[in-house]
Design a protein. Structure first.
Ligand SMILES: C[S@@+](CC[C@H](N)C(=O)[O-])C[C@H]1O[C@@H](n2cnc3c(N)ncnc32)[C@H](O)[C@@H]1O
Length: 276
């Protein structure tokens, strides 16, 4: 029995083996797109907040060999998987693992040079409060990098209102759990409200068609459609769609990953500075 004082949040994607695989596919497929421009200098203290199963951790270590990485997550199971993944894939890396809530960070003020947060704010009731807490542990002039998606940016061919309705289920379930699947567009105002300076947000777009089979497989099918499919039971239980409507929506989404289909999605990547 787990007797630690933490509980994993009920978050919309869950903590299953399928979800761990999906996070790995997502991170590996999108590594070049999402991590380009993020390379921390050797010796720098970097906090990865909400590391999950370590899918981004290995890429952070690749682009910043020699960093002193501290990775935290509120889920003990995810943290154990992250540790195992990094030990297996990057055995020489120096990573400190902490089970911790990012609303109660167990670190001194100004104790990090950089903070990295990826696909976490979308699940939080108070993303501004989380960003303010992360600012506390950044040294003056230290940077925060935040990466989030925005499901409103999903458009595709063949167009289908049924597919959009299935995606809408995920958006509504995430909102009901206190999160925001459309948070990407809010990064600038959130970082500004949390007291950061020099905020720069840029879109990072994924576009997949049959000329990019690795993206069709790794992103359209194994990341995006898999994520929508994973909320099936919750969506049906909540009565958001009938079984037939759901099946039609998923079938139409899958057509976007056939040779005749195309798929577009935009992530947002922010860089901001803690006040000097
Ligand atoms: C979608 S996963 C993303 C994991 C990883 N950053 C990635 O990109 O693969 C979100 C993670 O945030 C963690 N999380 C949610 N709320 C948290 C909190 N209050 N404190 C720390 N971690 C949290 C969850 O446990 C989960 O592992």
């Amino acid at each position: 029995m787990d007797t630690t004082p933490f509980t994993s949040p009920h978050y919309v994607h869950g903590y299953s083996a399928d979800e761990a695989r999906r996070l790995g596919d997502q991170a590996d497929t999108l590594a070049a797109l999402l991590h380009a421009g993020t390379a921390y200098p050797a010796g720098g203290r970097v906090l990865e907040a909400g590391c999950g199963v370590g899918a981004q951790t290995v890429h952070l270590l690749d682009s910043g060999p020699g960093v002193h990485l501290v990775s935290i997550d509120v889920s003990g199971d995810s943290l154990a998987q992250a540790r195992a993944r990094v030990n297996a894939q990057r055995p020489d890396a120096r990573v400190e693992w902490h089970r911790a809530d990012l609303f109660a960070l167990p670190f001194e003020d100004a104790s990090f040079d950089h903070v990295f947060v990826c696909f976490v704010l979308e699940h939080l009731k108070d993303p501004e409060g989380a960003l303010a807490g992360l600012r506390r542990v950044l040294r003056p002039g230290g940077t925060i990098t935040v990466i989030e998606g925005d499901h409103g940016s999903a458009f595709f061919h063949p167009e289908s209102p049924h597919a959009h309705a299935a995606i809408g289920c995920q958006v509504r379930l995430q909102a009901a759990a206190g999160g925001d699947a459309l948070v990407g567009r809010r990064l600038h105002p959130l970082l500004a409200a949390a007291g950061y300076d020099d905020i720069v947000v840029r879109p990072r777009t994924v576009y997949a068609d049959r000329t990019r089979p690795a993206l069709v497989e790794g992103f359209t099918r194994n990341t995006f459609i898999a994520m929508i499919e994973s909320v099936r039971e919750d969506a049906l239980a909540a009565g958001l769609l009938t079984r037939a409507e759901w099946d039609r929506g998923i079938a139409d989404l899958r057509r976007t990953a056939t040779p005749e289909g195309t798929f577009h999605y935009t992530f947002f990547k922010a860089l901001a500075v803690a006040p000097r």
